[in-house]
Design a protein around this ligand. Structure first.
Ligand code: Z5A
Length: 236
């Protein structure tokens, strides 16, 4: 369906960051935001599930495990409902204003987590179409890390969801996490023009440099503009 507000007509840029637990997504998003801000680019950092008040309410229900009884299909519908609200109230308006949006997880996470849970591609395609409503990432950074290393990093956290401890998904076994890692890599192989796969096992500052190289490569023309705040175009 033709939409006047398709992503290619929006002024901002949309970057998603994907990967398994403890891959370093949050750490790297903070660093990437700073680098872009230093160039005068206005950046909105957000996350999934969540990112908007409605979606954050759904996040609590999902990650607490309360929705597990809905089964993988029902749970996927909740992720899609959260994403639709997030797109409508946060992502699309920010892109329309010329802001850059960095989202900690987006639709690829549903492909991987709910796909691994047993949902087939046709169901996932349908959900994605209605949830993203034409909004697709310009670049997806996949921070790749063996499940064991990521889980070891997050195991140092608290032990309850409320206190930031293992959630409904983190609590699953290492083999499940490793299968998810392979699914992420499969997605990246299918869409090499959208994905940048980054080795997440390196030290954080090394990972940061690799991510920045990918961003520079993908947004060469945007970043070569004089993006100082006084001359920023379209709010960037
Ligand atoms: N989910 C789904 O099933 N379907 C969907 O559609 C969506 C999500 C959108 C959300 O969890 C869960 O929902 C997620 C998938 C599912 N499953 N799980 N679990 P979340 O948002 O609460 O958590 P997460 O996305 O998995 O993030 P995380 O576990 O917090 O990890 P991270 O953000 O990638 O890593 P970090 O917080 O930056 O770093 C973790 C630790 O490692 C921390 O102590 C850092 O200091 C350290 N770290 C970071 N980088 C390094 C390096 N390079 N070396 C050493 N140590 C490092």
């Amino acid at each position: 369906m033709w939409r006047l507000n398709r992503i290619d007509l929006l002024a901002g840029r949309f970057i998603t960051v994907e990967g398994g637990e403890g891959a370093g997504k949050t750490t790297q998003i903070t660093a990437l935001k700073k680098r872009l801000n230093d160039l005068g680019i206005d950046v909105v950092v957000t996350r999934e599930p969540g990112g908007s008040p409605g979606a954050e309410a759904i996040r609590e229900v999902i990650l607490s495990g309360k929705a597990k009884d809905l089964g993988v299909r029902g749970e996927a519908l909740l992720f899609a409902a959260a994403r639709a609200d997030h797109v409508d109230t946060i992502i699309r308006p920010a892109l329309a204003k010329g802001q850059w949006v960095i989202s900690d997880r987006f639709a690829d996470s549903t492909r991987v987590y709910q796909g691994e849970g047993g949902l087939d591609d046709s169901y996932l395609d349908l959900l994605e179409t209605v949830a993203v409503d034409g909004i697709r990432p310009d670049l997806t950074i996949l921070i790749d890390i063996p499940a064991k290393i990521g889980l070891a990093r997050v195991s140092k956290r608290a032990t309850t969801v409320a206190a930031g401890g293992p959630d409904r998904f983190e609590a699953e076994d290492t083999k499940t996490h490793e299968r998810r890692r392979q699914l992420f890599l499969n997605l990246a192989r299918k869409e090499p023009e959208r994905f940048a796969v980054i080795d997440g096992t390196e030290a954080a500052d090394h990972v940061e440099k690799d991510i920045w190289s990918a961003v520079e490569l993908n947004f060469e023309s945007d970043l070569s503009l004089d993006n100082t705040p006084s001359t920023a175009i379209g709010g960037r």
